[in-house]
Design a protein around this ligand. Structure first.
Ligand code: C5P
Ligand code: MG
Length: 241
């Protein structure tokens, strides 16, 4: 049961999130499909802030929060933490992020996550980036990555695969039916995958020619930097990288 204070806090968080009106891209794919790796590239070149739901949950455990033990047990079992907890962490991170463009990685993981996020934040994703990868390849990567994660053991990995198939794929299908899924073949080497990712984030080369300063690439970059025209600077970056 939420208290009056909870309700007020919720209203305030949503009020300021609504003011922010952020651009959100959901980044989904099985465990080990390369979501985090590719998000790091997107952040560097396209000015997004990366929020990994799994990382936020792990930080919450470390912070000694009252939910820590529950979250830790769920992660060890590969289960999905109640949406209320994860959404609060995402809301807080978005408000503190100092940006209005977010890659939300590993969320929504099930129908409950999806519906609750939409209900609470009223945010619709611009699109969903889906890293499609075979279980064999994901298993190979997870067992090889050695990040000291308690859930990167074969027993938990199998459970996470099952949860992905049963709970997360339906979310991807939901967004697919709305024409929002951008699917990437994620079984390839990192650089090749990023080539496909880049094409999604910077698809239109004509953007630059529409820029009033686009006499030359260098001039575009200098003038836009000067007047802090982020969109043009990002368009320019998408050419270069
Ligand atoms: O995305 P990542 O692999 O870091 O997630 C690790 C674990 O965190 C998941 O297996 C799940 O237990 C938990 N998680 C969750 N809800 C999310 C994202 C992650 O419960 N939306
Ligand atoms: Mg990750």
């Amino acid at each position: 049961m939420g208290t009056v204070v909870d309700a007020a806090a919720k209203k305030e968080a949503n009020g300021s999130l609504a003011d922010l009106n952020p651009t959100v891209v959901f980044v989904l794919g099985g465990p080990g499909s390369g979501k985090g790796t590719q998000c790091a590239n997107i952040v560097q070149h396209f000015g997004y802030t990366h929020l990994s739901a799994g990382d936020l949950l792990r930080a919450e455990i470390k912070s000694g929060s009252e939910n820590g033990t529950m979250i830790s047990n769920m992660i060890k079992e590969g289960k999905i933490v109640p949406s209320e907890v994860t959404i609060k962490l995402l809301q807080r991170a978005m408000l503190e992020g100092g940006n209005d463009k977010f890659l939300i990685d590993g969320f929504p993981r099930n129908e409950e996550n999806r519906a609750a996020f939409e209900d609470v934040t009223k945010i619709e994703p611009s699109f969903v980036l889906f890293f499609d990868c075979s279980e064999e390849e994901m298993e190979r990567r997870l067992l090889g990555r050695n990040q000291g994660r308690e859930d990167d053991n074969i027993e938990t990995i199998r459970k996470r695969f099952k949860v992905f198939l049963e709970s997360s794929l339906p979310v991807i299908e939901y967004y697919n039916s709305k024409g929002k899924v951008r699917k990437i073949d994620a079984g390839r080497p990192v650089e090749e995958v990023y080539e496909s990712v880049k094409a999604i984030f910077a698809p239109k080369n004509e953007k630059l020619t529409k820029c009033p300063f686009s006499l030359s690439l260098m001039l575009t970059f200098s003038v836009c930097r000067l007047i802090n025209c982020c969109k043009c600077v990002q368009d320019f970056r998408s050419y270069v990288y």
